[in-house]
Write a protein that binds this ligand. Structure first.
Ligand code: HEC
Length: 356
């Protein structure tokens, strides 16, 4: 019985395909010898052109309401024909309409100091992290990595708690990105060890088998421009980042943090100096890669940090409209934070999907 049904179904399917083929063939055979090319002429743009009278309702003999006739006439767009013959006036009015609409969008954002619910535990980047972030932007990492986890199960399972607007208030310009050739990095902080990142930048495939991410060995061999950090901090402060000691000692603080990261890197089994192929020894503490690691280890962790008093109060300065304390939801989990961050030797991760 089941077999009969299967055969009947299959026969129906094949007959359907045959009918379709015959249909195509017949249609093709009944094609006209030559195709008429319609010639359309636009109404002339002369002053004394007389617009054709409004079209008549196509529902003339139909038993419909008068309003239906009106709608039909309107639908035939005779009124639009008239407009089309006024290019200058049309352009002027469209421009005014667009400007007015833009003003409606723009003006409130200038008037409201903050329309984003701030999160008390979100603090501005440290000087070194800010420098690392600049390298992230300069290298165009956002072309392959997004930094926004959407509130969808598949995303939160893979990357962790979804992104909140308040997490990005010091992210200028934000690095949300729109393409994911590599994974989302919004919760990258603490996910891998420093050493993992170091090796990954040197040679991505050594950490993730088959990785298509380009290598960035120049981050390891290029010195960071520590001298430019103070200016960046001042600029961020001007835009509302509540800095304090950073306003005077950004460069020194960046050196401090770089030393700390290199110490941790060594604890994890990494080098203190890097030897290039031509034998030059580079002091890692001064290099761009350390700033980049500092930045990556910071991305997305503030949401889970304890808000301390001092920062909360300076946060209030930025957002007088009242800070909202966001509670990470119960299901929030940092991607194996403890497991990976503390592991001394980097693991080769082969279980990872490398593209989306
Ligand atoms: C051509 C696209 C591309 C570019 C550009 C790129 N990446 Fe990647 N990235 C990938 C891919 C693909 C992966 C996944 C495979 C892997 O782990 O190497 C990845 C993985 C990563 C990871 C590991 C994430 C994790 O924990 O699993 C980090 C961190 C990372 N990239 C940072 C960066 C940074 C920083 C830059 C800029 C300097 C950058 N990427 C530029 C494609 C790219």
């Amino acid at each position: 019985m089941l077999l009969d049904c299967a055969i009947a179904g299959g026969v129906l399917y094949i007959v359907g395909i045959l009918l379709m083929a015959i249909n195509y063939l017949m249609t093709w055979r009944s094609r006209p010898k030559t195709y008429e090319v319609p010639v359309l002429q636009a109404a002339r743009l002369s002053k004394d052109f007389v617009d054709s009278p409004n079209p008549e309702s196509r529902l003339k003999d139909k038993p419909v309401l008068t309003v239906a006739h009106k709608i039909d006439v309107w639908e035939q767009a005779g009124w639009h024909r008239v407009w089309e013959r006024m290019p200058i006036r049309f352009t002027v009015w469209v421009t005014i309409a667009v400007l007015a609409a833009s003003a409606f969008e723009l003006v409130p954002t200038f008037l409201i100091r903050s329309n984003i619910p701030t999160i008390a535990s979100v603090k501005p980047f440290t000087p070194l992290e800010l420098a690392g972030r600049d390298i992230y932007v300069a290298e165009g990492c956002y072309n392959c990595h997004s930094q926004q986890i959407r509130p969808l199960f598949a995303e939160t399972e893979r990357y962790g708690e979804y992104s909140k607007p308040g997490e990005h208030i010091y992210d200028r310009p934000f690095q949300w990105g729109s393409r994911r050739i590599g994974p989302d990095l919004a919760r990258e902080g603490g996910k891998q060890s420093h050493l993992w990142h170091f090796e990954h930048f040197r040679e991505p495939a050594s950490m993730t088998k088959g990785s298509v991410m380009p290598a960035y060995p120049h981050l390891i061999t290029t010195e960071l421009n520590f001298g430019s950090i103070q200016g960046r901090i001042n600029a961020a402060a001007m835009l509302g980042a509540p800095y304090d000691r950073e306003l005077d000692e950004a460069e020194e603080m960046a050196h401090e943090q770089a030393r700390k990261i290199v110490r941790e890197l060594i604890e994890q089994g990494g080098p203190a100096k890097f030897k290039t192929s031509d034998g030059t020894e580079i002091d890692l503490e001064k290099t761009q890669v350390i700033a980049m690691i500092a930045y990556l280890q910071r991305v997305g962790i503030d949401l889970f940090a304890e808000a301390d008093e001092e920062i909360t109060s300076s946060d209030d300065k930025v957002t007088p409209d009242g800070a909202v304390q966001a509670e990470p939801t119960a299901g929030a989990k940092m991607n194996d934070l403890d497991e990976n961050a503390k592991s001394a030797t980097p693991k080769i991760t082969t279980d990872k999907k490398i593209s989306e």
